[in-house]
Every structure is written in C-alpha cells, then in structure tokens.
Ligand binder design. Sequence first.
Ligand code: NAD
Ligand code: MN
Length: 358
Amino acid sequence: MKTYKIAAIPADGIGPEVIDAGLQALEALATRDGSFQFDVETFDWGSDYYKKHGVMMPDDGTEQLKPFNAIFFGAVGAPDVPDHITLWGLRLPICQGFDQYANVRPTKILPGITSPLTGVGPGDLDWVIVRENSEGEYSGNGGRTHRGLPEEVGTEVSIFTRTGVTRIMRYAFKLAQSRPRKLLTVVTKSNAQRYGMVMWDEIAAEVAQEFPDVTWDKMLVDAMTVRMALKPQSLDTIVATNLHADILSDLAGALAGSLGVAPTGNIDPERRSPSMFEPIHGSAFDITGKGIANPVATFWTASQMLEHLGEEAAGARLMEAVEKVCEAGIMTPDIGGTATTQDVTDAVCEAIRGSNIL
Ligand code: NAD
Ligand code: MN
C-alpha cells in the first residue's frame, strides 16, 4: 500500500473548518480505493501561534515540511494581526522557500451553481489561470524612506527574470497543450509597463515556437477583465504575473459563483520539494465558527493534490462527487443553499463511497 505523507496547516479563521472537511474526503477516498493511505501530520502554525511565539511558524518551518509529499493549507489572516505579517510569515516563505513557482487555479462553473453572468452556465466558463508565483510584484523588493515626513517615499519593485518568465511560460504552454482546446492567453500590461512586461511578451513569442499546436494570444490586463466578463467562452488557459493573476483569479472565482469554490495549487513542477494545495479564499472571519464555510474549494484543491501525487482516478472521483452534490443542491449559503459544512462533507463522502470510477 502506498502511503502519502501530508502536512496539514489549517491556520486561521475558517481554515481549520475546511481542512477538516478536506481530510474527511481524503480518508473516504483512501478507504474507497484501498491502494493508498494518508499519513497526516497537523501543524498549529498561524496567527494564534504568532500571538504566543512572535512568529507565524518556527524558524526551521520549511525544513520540517521538506519530508512531506504535499502540504494541505487552510488560510491565514486574523483581525488583530496585520495582513502583511500573516502572509509574509507563513504562506509566502513556503511558496518561495520551496520555489513553488507555478500557481495553478482551475475555474469552472460547477453544475447547480449560478454564475452572476446572465446566460452563462457550466461549459461556458472553464479556465485554468496560471499565476507566476515566485517573482514580479511580490518579490519583496522595495523600501520606505523618510517615514511619516512629507518627503516619504515607498517603492514596490517588480522583478522579472528571463529564467522566471521562461519557466512559467513553458509551464502554461504545456498545460494549454494538455487541454482539449489548446488555447492560451498571455496577460501583461506592456503598453504602460515598458520593461518587464515587454520582456514577458517577447518570451511568450519565443516559447510559443516550441508549441506549434497551441493557439495563443495576448491581452492587456485591464481589457482582460472585460473579456472575462463578456466573452468567457473565448478563454481557456491563461498565464499572468503574480499580481495580475492574483486579481484575475478572484474575479474568475466570483464569475464561477463564489470564492468558496475556487482552488489553487502552488506547484514546484520540478518536484524538488513538496507542493502546497489550498483554497483561494482567506480566513473569512465574518463566518468563522458558524459551520457554514463552503468546503468545495478545499475539496477541489484536494483533487489537485491527488492528481499531483499521481492518484488521478481518486482526484477525478472526488470532483465527480462534488459535482453530484452541487447538482443535488446540497450547498452552503454563499452559493444559495442552506447546508452546513458538515452536511456538504457528509454528502461528498457518501458519493465517494458510491462512486463507480475505477
Ligand atoms: P476572504 O476570502 O476571507 O472572505 C471574503 C468573503 O468571502 C467573505 O464575505 C467570506 O465570508 C466569503 N468566503 C470566503 N471563503 C468562503 C467559504 N469557503 N465559504 C463561504 N464564504 C466564504 O477574504 P477577506 O475577507 O478579504 O480576508 C479575510 C482575511 O483573510 C484577511 O486577513 C486576508 O488577508 C486573509 N486572506 C488570506 C488568504 C490566504 O490565506 N491565502 C487569501 C485571501 C485573504
Ligand atoms: Mn489573492
């Protein structure tokens, strides 16, 4: 029997609620399949840990995570800890420390879920957004001088490297090639930003030569928001910088019905270190403890994790179960239902047990 070592980091707010749901689904899948099992270790890192120890995770945190096959992450963010501390103290050090340079965000309208776009249903919106996850606007390169004085200056420097852009472009073209429509849209802002963004455009054209069967086009990020809202059918795979894709994928999640269904994988395609899987949403303190957090994003990212581990059938089985449960209207309030997190989780586990996928 194969054993996958999973590091669970539920962290803050609804993080523990959705990770608990995700672990129940993974257990049901392992039982149903019988050929693999999970060895889960849970880490108590996050904002409460910070309040006790002054750090979001121990100094050797990434060292501790190294031996795992994958990381299953909830969300960070607390009302009484500044957001830049929670983000830079836990999530980003893991993404950057493990060079998880491809952030992969599938988005589609699941059956039974209503898009805010009129006349747009399942099949009309089926995208994967590839977010460059290691450089760009979130390189941590900037500074402040003359704090508080009228002369104060704050900078936030976007760093793009040929190596960084080429590897994410290759990843995106390859992913586009593996999908039925073989369609890629490269997003930049190369009209206003003349250096790094023009380099993106040039490298896209170079890498495209390696993938003659992929149809690709370029969009400016502002125009892209309009295309996503008005012509969702015209898009398939999308690649963009760290900041641009961060924004576009929240929009994508909303257009697909709710942030509560949107998943993300922080992937090291070279598999030098564990990849990390998490729902896109944050810690949602407005609904924490109410038992109504939507677990679908976490199920979906668990499915991404299974695929990454090589358990494609189990990943597909999980998504089939989720779609069945959504179609039956068993949903949390954010997508128009009345079910609790546990109701949805029970229904998904039940569907997994009854699944016919081999
Ligand atoms: P959020 O995603 O936590 O919540 C936005 C809205 O969506 C809220 O109304 C919330 O109730 C709802 N929502 C989110 N996930 C849901 C789910 N699974 N089910 C039902 N409803 C859901 O974003 P925010 O309110 O801007 O941020 C709250 C905190 O989370 C902040 O501290 C922020 O920094 C942090 N955050 C963390 C991450 C991360 O850990 N990756 C991502 C985004 C925000
Ligand atoms: Mn975001």
